[in-house]
Design a protein around this ligand. Structure first.
Ligand code: B12
Length: 305
């Protein structure tokens, strides 16, 4: 089944990176990194969309670019400076699912983004939308790795696109820049990744404190992406949601006096809020001061290194 009309519909929404992955996904050819406890799935369930939609015959995969090219120093990772991406991506996926439902009454669709057991990156790779960086990110030629990945599982048998025959340049920049040195030996150790450290619960170990102190971000980490040459000069997102109501900096005084309910009212529509204010206050205690760190690290005119 031809996917041209569906892709045209998506392009009219501003989504110009849409591909199709097969429902019978091949398994990755390399030994996987040890699974992160924040992932919803392990083993085969990461590659079997029919466990979520038994009638699934193909998967429409959508990249949602979020880089805005605005120089805004701050202490929040670029991925969580605007409205929660889960909500934004899902609203686009639901428009595609509704379109398919209209065009093909009786077809079945299910939308997934981030929280399902499926490997979103593997789906995007299989749909021909990008290649893997040594930093494990899915990199797209137009938008770099600053893309979220969402999928519409469908009972419609769209013909799959082909994975790209392209690799990252293996320049080593992400590995040497990583504040937690989580890529040592070519493997990826989630427990040393600053993004994971900022999202884990509980108290920090000494190595975790040292990792936190290296850069200003208090939620997420952008270092392996900012150091990646494939991200130099990437196109800014055309999607308006990522330019509205941005928040780049959070201070202790913004949240410490709030009850949990008030915190959720104020920030519950942000991707950094899912772990609650206690985790953010812990992180604020340890992260480098943004003003001092940006003066020290200012090297290429880019924001929030
Ligand atoms: C758990 C999780 C995390 C954990 C662990 C990350 C990790 N690398 O495993 C933490 C909290 C650290 C994290 C951080 C981030 N995450 Co995250 N995360 C997830 C989640 C929920 C599951 C990922 C998972 O299962 N990891 C285990 C590994 C084995 O699976 P995988 O990442 O899918 O692996 C694929 C590739 O890494 C590759 N691969 C695996 N091993 C190897 C080995 C080699 C040599 C190569 C070349 C490739 C390769 O193939 C795998 C498929 O099997 C996904 C959503 C989802 N459902 O997939 C989002 C997801 C991967 N995260 C995302 C984002 C945006 C981020 C951050 C950029 C956020 C930030 N700024 O802090 C960072 C990036 C950190 C990094 N360098 O990976 C996006 C990725 C977008 C992209 N362009 O790649 C996703 C897809 C969410 C989404 N739907 O948009 N994340």
């Amino acid at each position: 089944m031809d996917s041209t009309d569906m892709k045209r519909f998506a392009a009219a929404l501003g989504l110009d990176c849409v591909g199709v992955a097969p429902a019978d996904l091949p398994r990755p050819p390399y030994a996987e990194d040890p699974p992160c406890p924040l992932a919803a799935g392990t083993g085969d369930e990461r590659y079997e969309p029919r466990r979520l939609l038994p009638s699934c015959r193909s998967v429409v995969v959508v990249l949602v670019p979020y880089y805005t090219a605005q120089a805004e120093p701050g202490n929040l990772s670029l991925y969580c400076r605007s409205a929660d991406y889960h909500v934004v991506v899902r609203s686009y996926l639901e428009q595609i699912a509704a379109y398919l439902q209209r065009q093909y009454p009786g077809s079945e669709q299910r939308c997934v983004v981030d929280t399902s057991p499926l490997s979103d990156r593997w789906l995007a790779y299989q749909a021909g939308l990008g290649f893997f960086g040594d930093n494990r990110c899915l990199i797209n030629d137009t938008y770099g790795s600053y893309v979220f990945i969402g999928s519409v599982l469908t009972s419609l048998p769209f013909a799959p696109d082909q994975p790209l025959q392209q690799e990252c340049s293996h320049c080593g920049a992400c590995q040497s820049a990583c504040p937690g040195q989580c890529f040592s030996g070519g493997a990826y150790d989630y427990s040393r990744c600053k993004s994971y450290i900022t999202q884990k619960k509980g108290s920090f170990t000494l190595p975790e404190i040292q990792c936190m102190e290296k850069t200003p971000l208090i939620f997420g980490c952008d270092v392996c992406q900012e150091s990646c040459p494939h991200n130099a000069g990437v196109k800014a997102t055309p999607l308006p949601e990522f330019y509205r109501n941005r928040l780049s900096q959070l201070c202790p005084s913004d949240i410490e006096s709030l009850s949990n309910k008030q915190f959720q009212q104020a920030f519950g529509d942000r991707a950094f809020a899912w772990r609650g204010k206690k985790v953010l206050l812990r992180n604020l205690e340890y992260a480098a001061n943004p003003a001092a760190a940006s003066a020290e690290n200012r090297n290429d005119g880019k924001d929030d290194v």
